[in-house]
Design a protein around this ligand. Structure first.
Ligand code: GTR
Length: 331
């Protein structure tokens, strides 16, 4: 081949190579992000994620899109979290108790009877402690983007009204797949049964469990209230939900896009708050109308006292002990 033609060819090759590189980097930065949520499509967290998706599409001029997979379409919470950590799922809306099995430091937010009220929790989450906990996720392969309200969790069952620790004896109560939650139910004198969220209903219909514990919206939207006629507002934990992104997906975002994602997540959390309040109220009413007995004449003190062992275990770690102390001090 004549020399001049070879030179021309190599120029063309360089050009083609450069074009390929540009195309490849553009596609690496423009993409669809898949989000897992265990709740159904009307649930406030799912609505919030859809809202976040709109914001992101708008602010990136359609370069990035979010596709939400509600109702455990991508699997149960524990599995989807593992996949998120591995980078196979981009985003995950999960409860603190679940991610606490992978990131022990977040378990403090699921400590029983630690928060005086939902407002106390909110102030902790919005302050430095909330940010420290979100930032701490990074060492475990997740980027914490926002917290979502999840109300207070309480005990419900179908056998008898629970007014005392004695009433809990012998009850098989479903808990999330979390050691801390199992320990807590055991310390109250009941028998914990760890099950994924999607199997609780079958647990009721097959008689595997007598009850469970959750907030009002989850109790009602899942249909558990049709099986468990006694709800005791123990409000033992107020563990929030949290939105995490896989570190792999995060690493592929440009610095500007990272800001867009963070801001959209924060705004979606505020957007969800009003919806949450309304659903919380509506769910409680719906349960009552359906005949669920809300057991209010119970003494919360012995329930709190039964947690001494859980605290002793958690506080063996000086960092956790210090964090619990700081949380208590938040006005
Ligand atoms: C809900 C929470 C879910 C899931 C569920 C459960 O309140 O939003 O993410 O953890 O509880 O009990 O499994």
């Amino acid at each position: 081949m004549p020399v001049y033609r070879r030179a021309g060819l190599s120029r063309t090759m360089t050009l083609v190579f450069a074009l390929c590189l540009t195309a490849a980097s553009a596609s690496a930065f423009a993409r669809e992000f898949r989000v897992a949520d265990t709740q159904n499509e009307d649930y406030p967290t799912v609505q919030a994620l859809n809202y976040m998706g709109h914001l992101i599409t708008e602010r990136t001029g359609g370069r990035h899109r979010i596709t939400v997979f509600p109702s455990r379409q991508l699997g149960e919470e524990k599995e989807t979290l593992e996949q998120t950590r591995a980078g196979a799922i981009d985003l995950n809306r999960t409860n603190i108790a679940l991610i606490g099995t992978m990131v022990p430091s977040v378990n403090v937010l699921a400590m029983p009877f630690l928060f005086r009220s939902p407002e106390h929790l909110q102030r902790v989450l919005e302050g430095p402690i909330g940010s420290e906990i979100l930032n701490g996720l990074e060492a475990y392969g997740f980027v914490g983007l926002a917290y979502y309200d999840s109300g207070a969790r309480s005990i419900y069952n179908r056998v008898r009204p629970v007014r005392s620790l004695d009433d809990l004896k012998g009850l098989r109560l479903r808990v999330q797949q979390s050691r801390q939650m199992s320990d807590m139910i055991r310390a109250l004198g009941a028998e914990p049964v760890e099950l994924p969220y999607g199997q609780v209903l079958t647990g009721f219909t097959t008689g595997l469990i007598d009850g469970a514990e959750n907030n009002w919206p989850s109790f009602v939207t899942t249909g558990h209230y049709k099986y468990a006629g006694y709800y005791t507002p123990t409000q033992h934990t107020v563990s929030p939900d949290v939105l995490v992104m896989s570190l792999t997906a995060w690493d592929n975002l440009s610095p500007d896009d990272r800001i867009i994602f963070r801001e959209a997540a924060q705004r979606s959390s505020l957007y969800m708050r009003e919806k949450w309040k309304a659903l919380d109220e509506r769910s409680r009413k719906r349960a009552e109308e359906a005949g669920v007995k809300i057991v209010t004449d119970f003494d919360r003190k012995p329930f709190e006292a039964a947690m001494a062992g859980i605290y002793a275990k958690a506080e063996r770690d000086p960092a956790t002990a210090a964090l619990i102390e700081r949380i208590r001090k938040v006005e």
